[in-house]
Design a binder for this molecule. Sequence first.
Ligand SMILES: NC(=O)c1ccc[n+]([C@@H]2O[C@H](COP(=O)([O-])OP(=O)(O)OC[C@H]3O[C@@H](n4cnc5c(N)ncnc54)[C@H](OP(=O)(O)O)[C@@H]3O)[C@@H](O)[C@H]2O)c1
Length: 268
Amino acid sequence: MWKLGFIGGGRMAEAIIKGLLASGKISAEEMAVSTPSFSRREYLEHTYGVRAFFDNPNLVRESAVVVLAVKPQVAPQVLEEIREAMLEKVPLLISIVAGLSLARLEKHLGVSRLVRVMPNTPALVLSGVSALGGGQGAGEEDLALAEKIFSALGEVLQVPENLFDAVTGLSGSGPAYVFAFIEALVDGGVKEGLPREVAEKLAVGTVLGAARLMKETGDNPYALKAMVTSPGGTTMAGLKALADRAFHGAVMEAVSAATRRARELSGA
Ligand SMILES: NC(=O)c1ccc[n+]([C@@H]2O[C@H](COP(=O)([O-])OP(=O)(O)OC[C@H]3O[C@@H](n4cnc5c(N)ncnc54)[C@H](OP(=O)(O)O)[C@@H]3O)[C@@H](O)[C@H]2O)c1
């Protein structure tokens, strides 16, 4: 029997397979994928050595843990298809489908041994941060196993499921806010005469380095900001320009707007 089966062999499933193989936590023979496209199956089998076929109920019957990694639009049809196999065997099901609540999963499947995970796009380069929340029938061991699987993609935090829309607004959509910020940094540099390639390298290096400095020192952003801001200096002039244009409030509102939209889309 395979230990870990993926329904949907897209970008996220591939990232998890890649991360798990790199971590040595599981071997390729212990993983299988069910996905419709023949070329995708060939690619996954050839690149990672996992078994790939297209039979979702059979994948459920053969797996101890199932990862549901299809697009939200496809999920209702897939849940209907695997319901019987889920009821027969009750494997642990981990869903990464955005906006699909544990309550809806439970209603569709008739089981509650469920874990919901919300990863983000940096998971594709194994630098993600994922929120993880368990259903009523998920035990401590199930949560620990899910955490072990998703730690192959980066950091994992346990978050109560009622906060998942806020997670979507912050870390789910957050990479796009950061890209918007990087784009603005680059344009600012180009406006002041830097060649675009140089500005891009400086901007990415700055964001990556600042995030790493915060993580490694454990300091809060206020203290770290103070470290680079000498009285009457250049950084204070820059920060004043951000404050004048309500940067802080704009970012806060971005998180709230995305959270509201996630709530609307998940039908809560
Ligand atoms: N990408 C992210 O950063 C991210 C972050 C958080 C959450 N998520 C969630 O993760 C899920 C997967 O995202 P993704 O980016 O990996 O999407 P994706 O690349 O489009 O992958 C979805 C996969 O599902 C397959 N599929 C379609 N119909 C199927 C069926 N009936 N049975 C089994 N497989 C089927 C697709 O195959 P075909 O291509 O042949 O149609 C495709 O390989 C989504 O629900 C998304 O909301 C993604």
